[in-house]
Design a protein around this ligand. Structure first.
Ligand SMILES: *Cc1c(COP(=O)(O)O)cnc(C)c1O
Length: 395
């Protein structure tokens, strides 16, 4: 069993990271739990401490074959990548990526539609350590060049954006950044490398909240950062200094989830699109914010750059208010009400974006949906009866 660079992504999802030396022939790499590693003698101990301990058992914090197998698998999914480091959550992964490229006195350009905890980390932690942040419009594209100043060291992208799904012109922003020696970081959680191979498109550090589609079963917190050329050493040194380690049990579940990610994403994408198209025709809906639909800001970039859609999007309830949105969400039978997404089950969440540059008007309050692996006809019927519940609540 061995993978090949020419294999298609859905094949690589199955073969990646399954090195014989880590699996001993077992299909799934077993769970290797460790803190202490015992050495044969003092000379052996000295040798381990001296050498490059990458992918050699050294101490539990540096990982075991269980973590290395998942990290390697994620690296193999990003053609051109140097390596991957794993974290105990997606938020920890975003923050480690930022800390590996920023120093006091530097400026970060942060997309205004970023995941809220990312914005909070910049406004809180980074600011406290002398790193300033300026927000930019997700649709800025090549115009980012005018914002790059002498102290700008990094640009954080998230495409599509959290809650409002603006698709960014990633190639234009990457080109402007490269021209000025500025690092680019992309939160690629929505697309994963299967729908948007970020390193191949020139991004320097790509982040996944593996909690979402990699794990895929809503039972593990996990994050990853995959580094492009020249960025892995910085990332690993920063992560070691921060004492970051992801648990072997969680990585084992992550690796197990990864094997089915391509088929799951296909279904999330197809069902999501069926539901989004149905919603777009409903009189109760003002806007559907789904990257594959023409009404979504940046839709043309989606068509140009992505290999497909995943299952997360939002819509605005026409003439809705806080109360009618709550009636709608509460009336749903198959959609759970809860944070996070990317599991096999559908979720609905009332969302209220907070923006530094002002919140765009979408014509009503937003509901975010994650479309799971249920039959989309059942999900549509469920949404239909929830609209009826809103009508009867209004009298
Ligand atoms: C969920 C999420 C994160 C954070 O991941 P956790 O594992 O929940 O910490 C980061 N970025 C995006 C876009 C997310 O949706």
């Amino acid at each position: 069993m061995s993978g090949d660079d020419t294999d298609k992504p859905a094949t690589r999802v199955v073969t990646a990271g399954r090195r014989e030396e880590w699996t001993q022939g077992i299909v799934n790499p077993p769970v290797w739990r460790a803190s202490t590693i015992l050495y044969d003698n003092v000379a052996h101990l000295r040798e381990a401490a001296r050498g490059d301990s990458h992918h050699k058992l050294y101490y539990g914090r540096r990982g075991t074959p269980t973590q290395w197998a998942l990290a390697d698998a994620l690296t193999e999914l990003e053609p051109g990548a140097e390596g991957t480091f794993l974290y105990c959550s997606g938020a920890a992964a975003v923050n480690a990526a930022l800390l590996s490229v920023l120093e006091p006195g530097d400026e970060l350009l942060l997309v205004d539609s970023a995941y809220d905890p990312t914005t909070s980390f910049a406004a809180g932690f980074l600011r406290k350590f002398g790193i300033t942040t300026r927000h930019y419009d997700p649709l800025i594209g090549a115009g980012i060049a005018e914002m790059i100043g002498d102290n700008t060291r990094a640009i954080l992208l998230e495409s599509p954006g959290s809650l409002t799904f603006e698709v960014q012109d990633v190639p234009a922003i990457v080109a402007a950044a490269k021209a000025r020696g500025v690092a680019t970081l992309l939160d690629n959680t929505w697309a994963t490398p299967l729908l948007f191979p970020a390193i191949e498109r020139g991004v320097d550090l790509t982040v996944l909240a593996c909690t979402k589609y990699v794990v895929g079963h809503s039972d593990v917190m996990l994050g990853s950062v995959t580094a492009g050329p020249g960025f892995f050493a910085k990332l690993r040194n920063t992560s070691f200094q921060l004492g970051q380690v992801a648990s072997p049990d969680d990585c084992w579940l992550g690796a197990r989830g990864l094997r089915t990610m391509a088929v799951r994403l296909k279904q999330h994408g197809a069902s999501g699109l069926a539901v989004a198209n149905w919603l777009a025709d409903r009189p109760e809906v003002a806007t559907v914010l789904h990257p594959a639909l023409p009404g979504c800001p940046g839709h043309d970039f989606f068509t140009r750059d992505f290999n497909g859609a995943s299952g997360l999007f939002a819509f605005a309830l026409r003439d809705g208010d806080e109360a009618s949105r709550a009636v709608f969400v509460d009336a749903l039978r198959l959609f759970g009400i809860g944070y996070s997404w990317g599991g096999y089950e559908s979720l609905a969440l009332p969302v209220d974006p907070r923006r530094a540059l002002g919140v765009p008007d979408h014509g009503g309050p937003l509901v975010r949906l994650h479309i799971g692996l249920e039959d989309p006809d059942d999900l549509i019927a469920d949404l239909d009866q929830a609209f009826a519940a809103v009508r009867s609540a209004r009298g």
